[in-house]
Write a protein that binds this ligand. Structure first.
Ligand SMILES: *Cc1c(COP(=O)(O)O)cnc(C)c1O
Length: 434
C-alpha cells in the first residue's frame, strides 16, 4: 500500500503549475509559495486529498489567512497624509532600501577595512548627518526621538529638574507622553507658564541650582492659536543652562512650505545645546532619534551607560546614511510635488479607469504632513475619486491601497503615491471590479 502522502505534489512542480505561475507574477512568489506550503501541510495532515493541493494553493493565494506571509503587508498610501503613523511613517528611498540589503549581511559597521582595526560604530551615518548640519559640533543617533529625550534627561538632569512650559506637555501618540517619559528617567519636571502663554521670565524664575536643563518641545501634532505666546530658543539660551530643543519632525534646514516647522540648523544657531528629532518623519528615513549639538555634550550622551541600551541597529545606520546621501526620500518628493503634476496624473488615471468602466473622476484634494509635523498646514493636492465601496475592497487587496473617505466618496490622493505606482493603482482598482 503506498502512502497517499507520496502523491502530494512537490513545491517546484507546483511553482511550475501555469495558474500558480500566473499568480506568482501578479501577487509575488513569496505569497504563492506560502500558499503552496500551507496546502501541502494540509494534505500531509489528511485534511485534503493530494489531488486537491493545486486548488487549495490557488484558493490560499486569494485567502486573507495566508496572503501576508511576511507579516507586514505592502500598502499604497493614497490617504494624502505624508507621514502616516499607522502606515509606518516614512517609506525608505531606493538608496536606503539598497543600503539595508547590503547591511543585512556581514558589514564594516564597526570595522576599518583599510587597516583591519575596530572603528567607530556607524561612522558613515554619523558623518552624513554631521555633513548635513554643519552647525552641529557633533552628532549621535539612537533608537528614536523618545530615546533621544530619555538620554538627554538621564545625562543632563538625573535626580534634578527639567524646566518645561505647560504649553509643551505633549502626548506623542498611543498614550505616550513626553512629561512621563522624562520623569521615568528619574528627573523632576518644573512646569512653567500656562497652556497658551509662557514667557522667558517664567523660565528665568524657575531656574536654580537644581536645574539640569531647559527643554523646548515643538508641538508637532497640535496647534495653539489665538492669545498665545512662547519663549524662543534664543531667549532661553541666554539663561545660562543648557537648552534641549525637541524639534520633532527632523527637518535639518528650513523648508519653504513649512515656515512654522522648526529645523535643526536654525535651533542650533539660536543657541540650543542639543537638538533632538525623529529620523522617520520629515527627514524621510528609518526610525531613529537624532541628537545634534555641542561637542562635549554629545560626547557625554554617547558615553552614558544607557546609550548602549538605546543604540541603533546596523540596518538603521545604513538606511540613515543613504537617506542623507542618496536618492531624494519619498517623503520629500511628496512634500515638494507640484500640484499641477498631481492634477495631470489624476486626470490621466481617472480617464483610464472611466474607459475601463469605473466611475472615477479627478478631484481637487487637500493633503497633510501628518503626525510628523506641521499641524494645520494644508497641501493642495489632486485625487482620483471613486464610489465609497471601493475603500474596503482596495484595502483588502494586494498591495493594499488605503484611500481617504470624503463625503461618501473614496479618494485616492496622489500626493502620497509615487508616480511609479500609478500603474499599480489602476490595476488595484480594476481587481476590485472583477
Ligand atoms: C514625534 C515626536 C516625538 C516622538 O518621536 P519618536 O521618534 O516617535 O520617538 C517626540 N517629540 C516630538 C516633538 C515629536 O514630534
Amino acid at each position: 500500500m503506498t502512502d497517499p502522502r507520496r502523491r502530494i505534489p512537490r513545491t517546484d512542480a507546483l511553482l511550475a503549475e501555469p495558474r500558480l505561475v500566473k499568480a506568482a507574477e501578479e501577487l509575488g512568489r513569496d505569497r504563492v509559495k506560502a500558499a503552496i506550503v500551507t496546502a501541502q501541510q494540509r494534505a500531509r495532515a489528511g485534511e485534503i486529498a493530494p489531488e486537491d493541493v493545486v486548488e487549495a494553493a490557488l484558493a490560499g493565494v486569494e485567502s486573507p489567512t495566508v496572503r501576508r506571509p511576511a507579516g507586514l503587508a505592502p500598502v499604497v498610501n493614497a490617504t494624502g497624509v505624508i507621514v502616516h503613523t499607522n502606515l509606518g511613517r516614512a517609506p525608505l528611498s531606493g538608496s536606503a532600501l539598497e543600503a539595508v540589503r547590503t547591511a543585512g549581511g556581514y558589514t564594516d559597521v564597526e570595522f576599518d577595512l583599510t587597516d583591519g582595526r575596530r572603528a567607530r560604530r556607524g561612522r558613515g551615518a554619523l558623518a552624513a548627518l554631521a555633513d548635513a548640519v554643519p552647525d552641529a559640533g557633533d552628532v549621535h543617533v539612537v533608537n528614536n526621538n523618545a530615546a533621544a529625550l530619555l538620554l538627554c534627561a538621564l545625562t543632563l538632569a538625573p535626580g534634578r529638574e527639567i524646566v518645561l512650559s505647560r504649553g509643551e506637555l505633549v502626548e506623542i501618540g498611543d498614550g505616550f507622553r513626553i512629561p512621563e517619559l522624562l520623569t521615568s528617567a528619574g528627573t523632576r519636571l518644573r512646569e512653567v507658564g500656562t497652556t497658551n502663554r509662557t514667557s522667558v521670565a517664567d523660565y528665568a524664575a524657575a531656574i536654580g541650582p537644581d536645574t539640569g536643563c531647559v527643554l523646548k518641545v515643538h508641538p508637532s501634532n497640535f496647534r495653539v492659536t489665538g492669545f498665545a505666546a512662547e519663549a524662543s530658543i534664543a531667549e532661553l539660551a541666554d539663561l545660562g543652562v543648557p537648552v534641549v530643543a525637541d524639534i520633532g519632525s527632523g527637518l535639518l534646514r528650513p523648508h519653504p512650505l513649512l515656515p512654522d516647522e522648526p529645523d535643526a540648523t536654525t535651533a542650533l544657531r539660536a543657541g540650543a545645546a542639543v537638538v533632538t528629532a525623529s529620523g522617520d518623519k520629515l527627514l524621510g528615513g528609518p526610525q531613529a532619534g537624532l541628537l545634534l549639538g555641542d561637542t562635549a555634550l554629545v560626547e557625554r550622551l554617547r558615553r552614558h551607560p544607557a546609550a548602549r541600551a538605546l543604540r541603533v541597529d546596523k540596518l538603521t545606520l545604513a538606511a540613515l546614511e543613504a537617506t542623507l546621501r542618496g536618492d531624494v526620500p519619498p517623503v520629500v518628493v511628496a512634500l515638494d510635488a507640484d500640484v499641477n503634476d498631481l492634477w495631470s496624473r489624476a486626470e490621466r488615471l481617472a480617464a483610464e479607469l472611466t474607459t475601463r468602466g469605473v466611475a472615477a473622476t479627478a478631484v481637487a484634494s487637500v493633503a497633510a504632513v501628518g503626525g510628523g509635523g506641521a499641524p494645520g498646514v494644508e497641501l493642495p493636492s489632486a485625487a482620483v475619486s471613486l464610489p465609497e465601496h471601493y475603500a474596503d475592497l482596495l484595502r483588502a487587496g494586494s498591495p493594499a491601497v488605503v484611500g481617504r473617505l470624503d463625503r461618501r466618496r473614496c479618494l485616492l490622493d496622489l500626493r502620497t503615491v509615487p508616480e511609479s505606482d500609478d500603474r499599480r493603482l489602476v490595476e488595484a482598482v480594476m481587481r476590485c471590479t472583477s
